[in-house]
Design a protein around this ligand. Structure first.
Ligand code: 3PG
Length: 445
């Protein structure tokens, strides 16, 4: 299915390791029965903007094999949901309810991250119990310390308090492995940090696409996280590993604007607001890519905007500016994308082409999804919203790899540093020799 890379070693967190991710501890290396385990997951999920209901449960179902492996431990789950200030920045209580429904047994919830309530709830756990802590980004350290050194993170409340009541840390948060924060990388020097089943599965599936992807290699970037997308585009261009980059969705709007198209004040403001502090830096990257690598880019030639009465109105890019919000790519753009997708040896797609939660504007994203399923090349899909769509429409089996990661996939495939991989590697270096003394070595079978 994938190009054969089984024998190619990869740099995981900067260190060369063998094909089976031997540079990190896995659940096969450690016996966690009867132990208290902090399990960092990424169940940051798309929520319906009107009802706040989960639109997809895949980030839950994908870590269940790890939970199954830990069924004789006390499992303390920790995750983020969205970012402070966003509409879907919620408590993780609904996440604990959904998980309980999925596994058919109780999952506790404590409305605290690492304070007294959390610590006393953890101390009260029995083997086999599962407890969800609150959204870790409710603790200000989680975002503030994103650039802190491992030593500084070790002094955070999150790491100090939780380390005092756990025996080991397991991570299945592949989708956030491109980030650094106390809950993601801070435990490396405190307790043995172990890659969960999902983490291993993702790395093993994606590494095949890292090495020598069949050409032409076409990447489609959409969605709203323009800063991540452009950094990745720049990396892919710099290391010469991509043949075409199609930019759609809000990323496409930004690039049209950087290319000198007046997209209108409403759309400019939307792009700027969504980038916040990262706007200047991202704008500079956009200008650089436009000036130096225009021939690699595919940008929309037509769009769809929403009329004041909520209707879809088609509009060629040459008719811009508009004061109406741009919510989709147009029919001609979809047609022009087709040969690019059908002739690609390897295709990577991250981020929707449209505001697809509004059915009038779902066409562009659905059309790309259909083309992906038809495409003969190796197909990889990432991004919460994009991969949720494949699941909802029953098309997840139509691609080679439907990742739980979005930005993480892009970063990994473009050769960026992956702080969580690095933390796993450094924890293994420190703790692998200490496992017998800690009583965590697996029993001889
Ligand atoms: C994602 O959905 O890409 C991850 O959960 C990371 O989220 P973030 O971009 O807010 O760090």
């Amino acid at each position: 299915m994938f190009p054969d890379s089984a024998t190619t070693p990869m740099a995981l967190g900067g260190l060369p390791v063998g094909p089976n991710v031997t540079g990190v501890l896995s659940l096969d290396d450690v016996c966690l029965e009867g132990r208290t385990v902090l399990l960092r997951v990424d169940v940051n999920s798309p929520l319906n903007p009107e009802t706040m209901e989960f639109m997809d449960d895949r980030r839950f179902t994908e870590f269940l094999s790890t939970l199954e492996d830990l069924s004789l431990s006390k499992v303390v789950l920790i995750s983020h949901q969205s970012r402070p200030g966003y509409l879907d920045f919620t408590s993780t209580e609904p996440h604990s309810v959904l998980l309980s429904e999925l596994i058919g047994r109780p999952v506790g919830f404590v409305s605290d991250v690492c304070g007294e309530a959390a610590i006393s709830a953890i101390k009260g756990m029995e083997d086999g119990d599962v407890l969800f802590l609150d959204n870790v980004r409710k603790h200000e350290e989680e975002i503030r310390m994103k650039r802190a050194s491992p030593e500084e993170m070790a002094t955070s409340e999150i790491v100090r308090n939780l380390s005092s009541v756990i025996d080991a840390y397991v991570t299945d948060a592949f989708a956030t492995s491109h980030r650094s924060s106390p809950s993601l990388t801070g435990f490396a020097g405190e307790v043995p940090c172990i890659a969960g089943r999902l983490m291993k599965k993702e790395i093993n599936a994606l590494r095949t696409a890292v090495f020598d992807p069949p050409r032409p290699y076409v990447v489609i970037l959409g969605g709203i996280k323009c800063d991540d997308s452009l950094r990745v585009a720049q990396n892919l261009i710099d290391n010469g590993s991509v043949d075409r980059i199609a930019m759609v969705g809000v990323v496409g709007n930004l690039m049209l604007w950087a290319d000198g198209v007046d997209i209108g004040a409403t759309n400019r403001e939307f792009v700027k607001d969504s980038l916040g502090d990262s706007f200047e830096e991202t704008w500079e990257m956009a200008g650089d890519i436009i000036s130096n690598h225009h021939s690699l880019l595919f940008l929309p030639t037509d769009l769809a905007v929403e009329s004041p009465s909520g209707r879809r109105v088609a509009m060629p890019v040459s008719d811009l500016p508009t004061e109406l919000p741009i919510y989709d790519i147009g029919i001609q753009t979809m047609r022009d994308l087709r040969p690019l997708i059908m002739e690609a040896g390897c295709l990577l797609w991250n981020g929707p082409a449209s505001y697809f939660e509004k059915s009038e504007f779902a066409h562009g994203t659905i059309e790309i999804m259909n083309m992906f399923v038809e495409a003969p090349g190796v197909t990889i899909v990432g991004g919460g919203h994009t991969s949720a769509l494949f699941n909802q429409r029953g098309k997840a089996g139509g691609v080679h790899h439907n990742s739980t990661g979005g930005g993480a996939v892009l970063c990994m495939l473009s050769g960026e540093r992956m702080p969580v991989f690095e933390a796993l590697e450094s924890s293994r270096e420190k703790f692998a020799p200490l496992l017998p003394a800690l009583g965590l070595s697996p029993r001889e079978s």
